[in-house]
Ligand binder design. Structure first.
Ligand code: FES
Ligand SMILES: [Fe+2]
Length: 321
């Protein structure tokens, strides 16, 4: 009799492609006027620059002429980017507008541009597997510009995991007990707004050393706002934005702000707490595989909801089935 052995799972053969959405490519402060950077995201090379008038621009990296990387030693000239190899210049629509040694510009001298936006102190790229225009807006985080809240603290980590599996963590109350050493599984509820896209997780961390209520709003894989309330006036917000570098690597960014009333009490401790929390997740994340068809039990309601919700961010759901 033939024995059927399940194919060995590896980190690379099971992860889905990239979901659609807005993804943070840089902090606003990291890109000065006239600055050019290379970005590796979605397993592609991209060039990011800020025009003289201050507009951030993201485009494909490689010049249609002989393929030089425009994000490496390319130069901003007004509202355009000049290739470092032979000086062809591309405007913010991707059109070549100047070839210094030739009058005539070939029709195909164009470069692909990516929808780009700047909000919440960050620069974002819109990614859609079929190149469609943005289907929703980046959420606004009012606390990040409110005087009653502290100036945001920043942190970022590169994590060897698919972006979908990071977002899954916010619908996983059970792991709080086992990974984050909470005394029990927090009472929690997952709801989805009428738009079908915005998901909320409410969790009561009643048994924690500092009891709190957590409300996480997830807008898409890679964009979430987590608000935690410890009591009247004792609130904090963590804005979470992620960038898929490739199928198995994600850059996770946070901005943390707390109400001024608790700044001295909580500011640094909270950020350290987040980093510590991440260091608890890290060994799991960096060694797990992505399970396309997990075996769920009755107690896994929020995770099942998450897996249904996340399907809408893929054009080809076979990617995740
Ligand atoms: S490779 Fe860019 S101008 Fe020649
Ligand atoms: Fe976690």
């Amino acid at each position: 009799m033939t024995q059927i052995i399940e194919a060995c799972e590896s980190k690379t053969n099971t992860t889905p492609d990239f979901p659609m959405g807005w993804f943070s490519v840089a902090r606003s402060q990291e890109l000065q006027v006239g600055e050019v950077q290379r970005v590796h995201a979605f397993d592609r090379e991209l060039a990011l620059y800020r025009t003289r008038s201050g507009v951030p621009v993201i485009q494909d990296a490689f010049c249609p002429h002989l393929g030089a990387h425009l994000g490496v030693e390319g130069r901003v000239v007004g509202e355009s980017l000049r290739c470092p190899f032979h000086g062809w210049r591309f405007d913010t629509s991707g059109q070549c507008v100047e070839i210094p040694y030739c009058e005539e510009i070939p029709e195909r001298a164009r470069i692909r541009m990516w929808p780009t936006a700047e909000k919440n102190n960050e620069i974002y790229i819109w990614f859609h597997p079929e190149g469609k225009d943005p289907l929703w807006e980046i959420p606004h985080v009012p606390e990040l510009e409110n005087e009653q809240w502290t100036a945001p603290r920043h942190s970022q980590f590169e994590i060897p995991i698919h972006i979908q599996d990071i977002a899954e963590n916010s619908c996983d109350p059970v792991h709080f007990q086992y990974v984050h050493r909470q005394p029990g599984v927090p009472a929690s509820e997952v709801t989805i707004d009428g738009d079908g896209r915005t998901m909320h997780l409410h969790a009561d961390m009643e048994q924690a050393a500092n009891p709190s209520h957590l409300h996480s709003t997830v807008f898409q894989p890679g964009l979430a706002i987590v608000r935690t309330t410890y009591g009247p006036g004792a609130e904090m917000v963590v804005y979470n934005s992620a960038l898929p570098i490739d199928r198995n690597t994600t850059l996770l960014r946070w901005q943390l702000s707390v109400r001024r009333e608790i700044e001295d009490l909580a500011g640094d401790d909270v950020m350290n707490g987040i980093i510590e929390g991440l260091s608890q997740d890290y060994p799991i994340w960096s060694n797990k595989v992505h399970k396309r068809k997990p075996v769920f039990c009755r107690g896994d309601g929020p995770l099942v909801q998450y897996r249904k919700w996340v399907r809408q961010f893929y054009v080809d759901v076979r990617e995740i089935d």
